[in-house]
Design a protein around this ligand. Structure first.
Ligand code: SF4
Ligand code: SF4
Length: 173
């Protein structure tokens, strides 16, 4: 019988409980968000019905106005920068992009990342290009989510490129 931790999280995020409100409180981030609130504007929050690239209605001048009651998906979200895996000056609000691991592709390929543009063409700026170049140098799979919506798949690994073409053909992505 499936444990409750494998069932959809009651907060409505669409994630499994173990990956949302059920994440143990000991997984403290390596850094503090500080003045960054990039994920509150750039990312979708399913529990709130908030689409991507639209500021959350709970985001005020001093940050989240419902901090103690914020949805589970907000509480557990940790971009790559806050995990300590990008340089100090690559915090999303400074770099113009949010970088995250892409769990759906990681299950297939190991290293897979998603880079979300915060603004039109922010992917073309030097900080964003530097991050992309470093990730591609490791032969990771990278999905770039542009501000306009289309997703671009990138990798230097021919095997991952071929696998991606198969996935697109099957329509499973
Ligand atoms: S994008 Fe990262 S650093 Fe910025 S507010 Fe979200 S979790 Fe914090
Ligand atoms: S509820 Fe709070 S933490 Fe979640 S997106 Fe809105 S402002 Fe950000």
């Amino acid at each position: 019988m499936a444990s409750d931790r494998n069932k959809p999280c009651p907060c409505g995020s669409g994630r499994k409980t173990k990956r949302c409100c059920g994440v143990p409180a000991t997984t403290a981030p390596a850094r503090e968000c500080g003045p960054c609130s990039a994920c509150c504007t750039t990312l979708e929050v399913r529990a709130l019905g908030k689409p991507g690239h639209v500021a959350c209605p709970h985001l005020g001048d001093s940050g989240c106005s419902v901090y103690s009651e914020r949805p589970g998906e907000c509480r557990v979200y940790k971009c790559l920068w806050i995990q300590g895996k990008l340089r100090d000056d690559e915090r999303p609000d400074l770099a113009g992009v949010i970088v995250d691991t892409y769990a759906k592709l990681q299950a297939v390929w190991g290293d897979a990342f998603m880079i979300c543009e915060m603004d039109h063409d922010s992917m073309r700026t030097p900080p964003a290009l530097a991050i992309l170049t470093r990730l591609l140098a490791t032969n990771a799979a990278v999905i770039v989510v542009t501000r306009e919506g289309p997703r671009k798949f990138m990798t230097n690994d021919p095997a991952k490129r071929a696998k991606f073409a198969e996935i697109v053909e099957r329509g499973t992505m």
